[in-house]
Design a protein around this ligand. Structure first.
Ligand SMILES: [Mg+2]
Length: 406
């Protein structure tokens, strides 16, 4: 049955600005990373601004060329997060099964709520109206038997529909899903689109009917995922708390010997930080709070301290200085036996990457490139020169000593 809703807020940051400031209503508004810099990026454009051809991620000056009357506002991330949380609370009034997907998208499974609120289409209209009245933000909603179809249905149909709501059933797959270009499929980026095009696959339908064995041969397990997705099959449930911001990403290491000197300890702290940040990037998360747990030789001498970063990040260059600061401030001169570092207060990297990394795109993409090289060629392919120093565990922990299998 078509019980799953994907609600996507329209022009979210710009809509929140318009809701907060009535003077902006009905006007072209762009939320811009840093309007003072010519290279500031458009993080969101109101519906009125989009009519002039302004798009997300467009340079600010370019947007202003298209619409010189546009009102430029600085982002207020805290307000957007607040609005996002208010929207989640509204959704929970309709079903216990609510899963935030990004800062401005969430899944709601309406299974079993018919007696209270009517059909899933009824819930969609009620929820839309409710969000509009309370938070002041418009949204589009796709409804389908699973999350994957609900997402595509929202993107390709609900967003363009006058009612803001669209529903797809399994029977709609050949007519509605298959004619779409393959890039409309969730999880197909520019690189995969190119790969598929080289294989003669341009629509989701060609991908759906492509021999599964060949896809598996070429892309391994992902080949099967693409095959299922293209056929509209997705069995993942709507899971509340699965994107819980409180839960952290952490890594701990018990040292092979007690570490006495700062020079040695520093190297280990840096390695663990790198590992935590790498895991966060793999999960597509950025975090705000850094926690350090250090244990000495006996259990009594241990500290557990946290501190917040100035901004969300998943880069060791941001996280490490705080780790070092926490250690220096709270750890006495005892030998160290075990260390745990974690990053919590998490958000989706994608939702905020333009904001957080807008003038550090190169630094961010370098970190992801290194992750990919490690993933493909092993963890020892690239590492910090400091890991070769006294105290470095990197080679040992990746199962290699002196370049050979341990
Ligand atoms: Mg949106």
């Amino acid at each position: 049955m078509e019980t799953i809703l994907l609600a996507d807020m329209n022009s979210f940051f710009a809509s929140v600005e318009q809701a907060l400031n009535p003077e902006l209503k009905g006007k072209p508004v762009i939320v811009c990373g840093d309007p003072a810099k010519r290279h500031g990026i458009t993080l969101a454009a109101s519906r009125e601004a989009k009519k002039h051809g302004i798009k997300t991620a467009m340079a600010c000056w370019e947007a202003l060329n298209l619409c010189p009357d546009a009102i430029v506002v600085r982002p207020q991330m805290a307000r957007y997060v607040e609005a996002s949380m208010a929207i989640i609370e509204i959704a929970k009034e309709y079903s216990p099964l609510v899963e935030p997907f990004s800062i401005d998208e969430l899944f709601i499974d309406t299974k079993g709520t018919e007696k209270l609120f009517g059909s899933s289409v009824d819930v969609a209209h009620k929820f839309r109206k409710h969000v509009r009245e309370v938070v002041g933000v418009p949204c589009s909603i796709g409804i389908a038997p699973n999350k994957l179809l609900a997402k595509v249905c929202c993107d390709v149909e609900a967003k363009k529909s006058a009612t803001g709501v669209a529903i797809w059933s399994i029977e709609d797959i050949p007519n509605k899903l298959w004619p779409r270009p393959v890039k409309d499929l969730f999880g197909v980026g520019n690189r995969m689109e190119r790969n598929f095009r080289n294989m003669g696959i341009t629509t989701i339908g060609t991908l759906a009917n492509y021999p599964l064995e060949l896809l598996k041969k070429k892309y391994g397990i992902m080949g099967e995922v693409y095959h299922l997705s293209a056929n509209g099959i997705d069995s993942s449930p709507v899971t509340p708390h699965s994107h819980d911001g409180v839960k952290g990403i952490g890594h701990s290491v018990t040292l092979p010997k007690d570490y006495y000197c700062w020079d040695e300890t520093k190297v280990v702290l840096r390695e663990i930080t790198e590992e935590v940040c790498c895991r966060a990037r793999r999960k597509g998360k950025i975090g705000k709070t850094v926690s350090l747990y250090v244990r000495g030789v006996d259990l009594i001498s241990s500290v557990h301290r946290s501190k917040s970063l100035a901004t969300y990040s998943n880069l060791a260059t941001d996280v490490y200085p705080l780790v070092e600061w926490l250690f220096q401030k709270h750890w006495g001169h005892h030998p160290v036996r075990a260390v745990q570092i974690s990053l919590s207060n998490l958000m989706d990297d994608e939702a905020l990457q333009l904001e957080v990394f807008h003038d550090r795109i190169a630094e961010r993409s370098l970190a992801y490139t290194i992750d990919n090289i490690r993933y493909r060629y092993g963890k020892t392919a690239i590492f910090k020169a400091s890991s070769l120093d006294e105290g470095g565990l990197y080679h040992e922990r990746s199962g290699l000593i002196g370049g050979h299998k341990a």
